[in-house]
Design a protein around this ligand. Structure first.
Ligand code: SAH
Ligand code: SF4
Ligand code: F3S
Length: 443
């Protein structure tokens, strides 16, 4: 048997890229590759990239540049660029970086084996189609052993919303939902491999409308309920959602589906109706707040997170103040905030931007408020007993760490035998981004 070639994968961007990287690595196994943890002696390096903000895309180019010494030392080294920068800038990457052998978009990576054969013949390959065929049905069916008890599962991809700032509808393409039978099959397979928690992924995951088992169309709530019937699957999460797609049955599921975890990432972007309109979000601050109230009515302990953009073109101090007000009213357990980044090809990129220094100052103010809310949520956990799914050894000797139902990272002293299992933990302290607990023995 010939020795396996070494594949190093570096993933940028969102959770869907993490999932795609796994599937690409699996596809490359058929070409004699095995995945390794360092780039140093790799035979192939694959960057799975993100185009969401300018910084994310620039980081990819600088990281690529840094591969030069490795490439000089080993000219046979293959370099591939996948993901959303690949989709958006395909040819530009081949032009800017002569070392790159292969550029593959998010919808064509099932063709990697054939592409690698072309690369093997010395060709440089570019494939950023949006093909008719469904990549998931053509990828190797056999998933690798799970890397831990928590896994991602892409159920929906692409976006038809066209928020005026966002590249995703262009890089990922139109909204597509995978059929339920495939998803249930993949979920059962993951559970058989030790997975206890599945996070359903989609750029607009709550817009899921896939073919159901009964011939009809299923929404996300129905899919969640069917997944919940799988023995051994203990926890279900989903991300990322759009406020306009929070249907009644999904809200109801938060109240009565025990396996659906009490954490929801529901981006709002801004608290100003004027800016929301300019963003083409098609919801208002008030409709968002009412929606949150309805979800909290069925699940009062829900921890909520969100995304915000500050410094969107035309944002005034009053608009920004409306965002701060919304954050005050909602109360987030966590939230991500970004300075607006003009993306080529999006409608907002044509508009005059906010003074960068002002945008920086606003970002600071928003982040201070969010951090205070996050701290308050974490402090509110002290003294409570939560359920932790232990995923990995902790940083300190004798510690194990995992996630609570509220998605807080929790670490405590405990035996490695608990890895992969759920146990009760009493929270005793909080750090900036995690909680400390002790294993709780039922009295
Ligand atoms: N599909 C998800 C996430 C999209 S990207 C959704 O609809 O919510 C994740 C976050 O990046 C967005 O929620 C938004 O807050 C941010 N983002 C997207 N485009 C951006 C841009 N051009 N500049 C700054 N932040 C951006
Ligand atoms: Fe981008 Fe808006 Fe679609 Fe989210 S809903 S992926 S922010 S266009
Ligand atoms: Fe980035 Fe593409 Fe995800 S742009 S956030 S990797 S969908």
């Amino acid at each position: 048997m010939t020795e396996a070639k070494k594949l190093y994968v570096k993933t940028f961007g969102c959770q869907m890229n993490v999932y795609d990287s796994e599937r690409m690595a699996e596809a490359l196994v058929t070409q004699g590759y095995e995945q390794v943890d360092t780039a140093d002696d790799a035979d192939m390096i694959l960057f799975n990239t993100c185009h969401i903000r300018e910084k994310a895309a620039e980081k990819m180019y600088s990281d690529l540049g840094r591969l030069k010494p490795l490439h000089d030392a080993k000219p046979a080294l293959k370099i591939a660029v996948a993901g959303c920068v690949a989709q958006a800038e395909g040819e530009e990457i081949l032009r800017r970086q002569p070392m790159v052998d292969l550029v593959v978009g998010p919808q064509t990576y099932h063709r990697l084996p054939a592409m690698m054969q072309a690369v093997g013949r010395g060709e440089r390959v570019l494939d950023t189609d949006f093909p008719e065929e469904d990549k998931f049905t053509l990828l190797p069916k056999d998933r690798r052993p799970a890397r831990g008890p928590a896994a991602f599962l892409t159920v929906q991809e692409g976006c038809d919303k066209f928020c005026s700032f966002c590249v995703v509808p262009y890089t990922r393409g139109a909204e597509v939902s995978r059929p339920a039978d495939r998803l249930l099959g993949e979920a059962r397979d993951l559970v058989a491999r030790g997975v206890r928690e599945i996070t359903l992924l989609g750029q607009n995951v709550n817009a899921y409308h896939g073919a159901g088992l009964d011939g009809g169309e299923w929404g996300l709530a129905r899919l969640v309920r069917e997944l919940a019937r799988i023995d051994g699957l203990e926890r279900i999460r989903y991300t990322t959602s759009h406020p306009n797609d929070m249907e009644d049955d999904l809200i109801a599921a938060h109240g009565d589906c025990e396996k659906l975890m009490p954490y929801l990432h529901l981006p709002v972007q801004s608290g100003s109706d004027r800016i929301l309109k300019a963003m083409n979000r098609k919801h208002t601050a008030e409709s968002y707040i009412r929606l949150i109230e309805r979800i909290r009515a069925v699940r009062p302990d829900l921890v909520l997170s969100g995304d915000f953009i500050v410094g969107f073109p035309g944002e005034t101090e009053a608009d920004f103040q409306a965002t701060l007000d919304l954050v005050e009213r909602v109360g987030y357990g966590a939230a991500y905030s970004f300075k607006y980044s003009a993306r080529p090809g999006t409608p907002a990129a044509e508009r005059a931007g906010v003074d960068p220094a002002q945008a920086d100052a606003r970002l600071q103010r928003l982040q201070t408020l969010i951090t205070a809310q996050q701290r308050a949520t974490q402090e509110g956990m002290i003294g409570r007993v939560v359920k932790v799914l232990f995923e990995k050894p902790g940083r300190k000797e004798g510690q194990i760490s995992g996630k609570s139902e509220y998605l807080h990272a929790v670490h405590c002293d405990g035996p490695a035998t608990l890895l992969g299992q759920i146990a009760l933990v009493e929270i005793i302290a909080t750090q900036s981004n995690s909680l400390t607990g002790r294993l709780y023995a039922q009295p």
